[in-house]
Design a protein around this ligand. Structure first.
Ligand code: AMP
Ligand code: ZN
Length: 470
């Protein structure tokens, strides 16, 4: 299996540090808003990488953080007149809902920056002790970038070119730095902002230190794969390498993977252009599987353009796979023969070539675009090589293969129809939540919807009971 490693700038054979195990860290979102479809790209891409590694038999320890202390979170908290944690907790919950909708598996651990401050203080202390960091007069702690000899190795930047570029960025308040290249590890509190005590000043961490600390705590000093969007290569990941390798004295991550950006109607997505789309917006018109399928239709290192027309055509292509699965289910239920014929046995063996085709694409730096072609080839094979005469065993064998491949992509082709009871229970739970939040209009609307469905609610001492109207 080959992975393109940003560090070396080429595809390399994947050899994990410990046989059979993969330690993987993906930089997660800053939680101050609903996630946008750009944020969804790394989530879907690296969830698929994780699923494929698991399919190959690796035991994957997958860590992804939530950045829950940041200027944007604080700004929103001030606007709403609430604590910063109210904002971050709200958007962590919303993010988890979107992830579930896109069938992104929860990480093995989802650490939050604000819960890891002690570890950050400890690493900063080590960096100071080792001469890689220093405390300025106002208590700010800076990383002494030039002291770290490998600086620039990930982004392939020459440190002296950076020096020229950064000089113009020198702004007031930064003049306590020894060198414009130095970056913040810890900064003093400002009025009204959340802060923690530290040996240097009451304050909060710089952005980069959290990932070095959480990665070491949950995965160890050396990890196999570190990933995120390509905007993180510099400075975020470059700085993470400097911090981790300076503190631990070991290579940090063996492989660095970065997804290219998602554009919208061939333009950069941004709030000022007003072309910003959240995952929640998409969920109003589509099953989020369609968004997932769309993201995987391109290789993760190619820029991807989002448009309404492309979503429509993606929905139609996905429909072809779903219809194939539905037809197989129908055939399995209604087959007249149980056992494989000799000819069917041959066909089933023949169909294994699509698994090989799929694996070959994924082994080549997770080429999901080609892997999806293999799935379509399998669908075509199924459509032309099955009939009412097909046996149950044959159809089941084909379905198993289709489900295995789509499952690696995180696509559910065999979605169980929600039973009426489940739907009623879900509505009742939603009504309870609405009442708790004093959203009585919503609670009444749900009761009305249930009445329309012929469901009668009874508020009893033991909770809400329901029965069908006669
Ligand atoms: P942020 O919340 O800005 O730290 O971003 C969380 C993740 O989303 C990072 O891995 C970013 O690189 C990634 N990301 C942000 N915008 C885009 C985009 N337009 N396309 C692809 N990835 C993005
Ligand atoms: Zn990070």
């Amino acid at each position: 299996m080959k992975i393109y490693n940003t560090l070396s700038g080429r595809k390399e054979d994947f050899v994990p540090i410990e046989e059979g195990k993969v330690r993987m860290y993906v930089c997660g979102p800053t939680v101050y808003n609903l996630i946008h479809i750009g944020n969804a790209r790394p989530m879907i891409v690296f969830d698929t990488v994780r699923r494929y590694l698991t399919h190959k038999g690796y035991d994957v320890n997958f860590v992804s953080n939530f950045t829950d202390v940041d200027d944007k979170i604080i700004k929103k908290a001030v606007e709403e007149g609430v604590d910063a944690s109210v904002i971050s907790e709200r958007y962590i919950e919303e993010c988890k809902k979107d992830m579930a909708g896109m069938n992104v598996q929860p990480a093995t651990t989802h650490p939050k920056a604000t819960e890891e401050i002690d570890g950050m203080i400890e690493m900063i202390r080590t960096l100071i002790d080792k001469g890689y960091a220093y405390v300025a007069k106002d208590g700010t702690v800076y990383f002494r970038t030039r002291q770290f000899k490998g600086y620039g190795k990930l982004s392939h930047k020459n440190i002296d070119d950076l020096q020229g570029g950064m000089r113009s960025l020198l702004v007031t308040g930064e003049d306590q730095k020894e060198d414009p290249l130095d970056f913040v590890l810890w900064k003093p509190k400002k009025e009204g902002e959340p802060y923690w005590e530290s040996p240097w000043c009451d304050g909060r961490p710089g952005w980069h230190i959290e990932c070095s600390v959480m990665s070491r705590k949950y995965l160890g000093e050396q990890i196999d794969i570190h990933a995120g969007g390509e905007d993180l290569i510099f400075p975020h990941h470059e700085n993470e390498i400097a911090q981790s390798e300076a503190a631990n004295g070991k290579e940090f991550s063996k492989y660095w993977m970065h997804n290219a950006f998602l554009n919208i109607d061939n333009k950069k997505m941004s709030k000022s252009l007003g072309n910003f789309k959240t995952v929640r917006d998409i969920s109003e018109s589509y099953d989020l599987q369609v968004l997932r399928f769309f993201m995987l239709s391109a290789h993760y290192r190619s820029p991807l353009n989002f448009s309404a027309a492309l979503m429509e055509s993606t929905k139609n292509s996905l429909e072809r796979i779903l219809t194939c699965a539905k037809n197989l289910n129908y055939g399995i239920e209604n087959a007249v023969k149980d056992d494989l014929s000799a000819e069917e046995e041959k066909q089933l063996t023949e169909a294994k070539r699509f698994v090989e085709q799929f694996d070959a694409a994924m082994d080549d730096d997770f080429n999901t675009a080609d892997a999806i072609t293999a799935i379509f080839d399998l669908v075509k094979f199924i459509n032309t090589n099955t009939s009412e005469e097909s046996s149950r065993a044959y159809l089941s064998g084909l379905k198993e293969e289709l489900v295995m491949l789509t499952d690696i992509c995180g696509l559910i082709v065999d979605r169980k129809e929600e039973s009426l009871d489940e739907k009623v229970e879900a509505l009742i739970a939603e009504r309870q939540a609405a009442r708790k939040n004093k959203d009585f209009a919503r609670a009444d609307a749900i009761r009305e919807e249930l009445t329309q469905m012929g469901i009668i609610l009874e508020d009893t001492r033991e909770g809400v009971k329901w029965h069908r109207a006669n």
